[in-house]
Structures are given as C-alpha cells and as structure tokens.
Design a protein around this ligand. Structure first.
Ligand code: FES
Length: 213
C-alpha cells in the first residue's frame, strides 16, 4: 500500500514530511514519535484514526502506538483550547504553592485540571517537573515558560490571555507581566514564541510580527 493511500486525508506537505521521516530511519517503527506529532498537527489532537494511520505507516500495532501516545503528555487525545496552561505540581513547585496557583488558574479560566473551557479559550493541566525548579512555581502557556507565578498572577495571566488574545505568546513578555523570581538570567530576548497549543511541526510566531526587534 502506498503512503498516500494510508494517509489520504493528510495535507500534501505533511504527506511529504511523513515520507521523509520514514526514509530517515533504518527501522520504520523508529519514526513513531515524530509521526504522532504530524498526526496531531493534522487533526488538532490525536484521533483514533490518526493513531491507526501511524500504526500502518510504522508497522506497529495500534496498541503499541496507543501505548506511546498515552505515555507522553505532549500528545493530546482531546481537543485543546487556544491557550494550554500547564502548571507544574512536582515537588519544588508544590513546596512553593503550585496547588494554589493551579486552583486560581482553574477558577479564572473556567477550566478544571485536565479539561477545556466551554468557549475553547483555555485548556488547563497539571504537569510533572518542567525543569524550572529554581523559579518555582513554574507555569507554561503553549509551552512558553513563566517562573515565580503566584495565584494572583496566575489569575491575571488568564485575564490577559482572554482580553488581549495574543496570536503569539512570548515567554519574555509573560515573564515580565506575570512572573516573579527567575531561576537564572535567561539572556537575550527570544525571537519567536508559540502560536498554537499543539507542539512540534507547527508554525512558530515571529517577534517581528509582534513589532519586536
Ligand atoms: S518541580 Fe516544578 S519545575 Fe521542577
């Protein structure tokens, strides 16, 4: 069966990406993770049919593909809101009050942990350590990091996202507006931010588009 016959509903560029990924590995099954990201990009989240397609592309069983998809939290099995707010609740952040931050974010976003708000603006999730323990409690918006977030700042962050509705979220900007103590000096401002809650293979924003240089 040809690749196009397995993923006829994928866009031509993503069919081509899939072809290149499969060619890049001596074993087709090694391409399972990037192919899952592509399937997620195609459908907005990982659908059952998307995972079945990846299984057919890689020669794995659907159960094996589902096992990979369910292990990693960045693969989303349901629709994700415009802004995915991830609150770290691992030990350093927990000790610095992340549970209160999570509650404040849940209240202001109208989305409980693990759900999406009715208007589709927010998805909220608690996550394990995101490597910013020195700046605990740490929060991400569409995987853009903010450190030193308080419950009040968490609420203000949600209000800002709702009202300003930025197309691109930039970690430096959010840190300045809603962050506290950072783990270290991050250095020069980032050039690009995130334009979508679904990671990898998606388009990235540009500082120039936001009038930053
Ligand atoms: S424990 Fe939260 S970033 Fe490490």
């Amino acid at each position: 069966m040809t690749l196009a016959a397995v993923i006829p509903d994928w866009t031509s560029p993503n069919q081509e990406r899939a072809r290149k990924l499969l060619d890049a590995y001596p074993e087709r099954r090694s391409a399972v993770m990037p192919l899952l990201y592509l399937a997620q990009l195609e459908h907005g989240h990982l659908t059952d049919s998307g995972m079945t397609q990846v299984a057919e592309l890689t020669g794995l069983t659907p159960a094996q593909v589902q096992a990979v998809a369910s292990f990693y939290t960045m693969y989303k099995r349901d629709h994700v809101g415009k802004y995915l707010i991830s609150v770290c609740t691992s030990i350093s952040c927990f000790l610095m009050g992340s549970d209160e931050v999570l509650t404040a974010v849940e209240e202001e976003s109208d989305a409980l942990d693990g759900t999406t708000s009715a208007d589709g603006t927010f998805s909220v999730e608690h996550v394990e350590c995101i490597g910013a323990c020195g700046g605990a409690p740490a929060v991400q918006v569409n995987y853009e990091l903010i450190e030193g977030v308080t419950p009040e700042k968490g609420k203000a962050l949600c209000q800002w996202l709702r009202d300003a509705a930025p197309e691109v979220v930039l970690t430096d900007e959010m840190q300045e507006l809603f962050g506290g103590v950072r783990s270290f000096d991050w250095g020069s401002k980032e050039a690009e931010g995130a334009v979508a809650p679904v990671p990898a293979f998606g388009p990235y924003g540009s500082a120039k588009r936001e009038g930053r240089s």
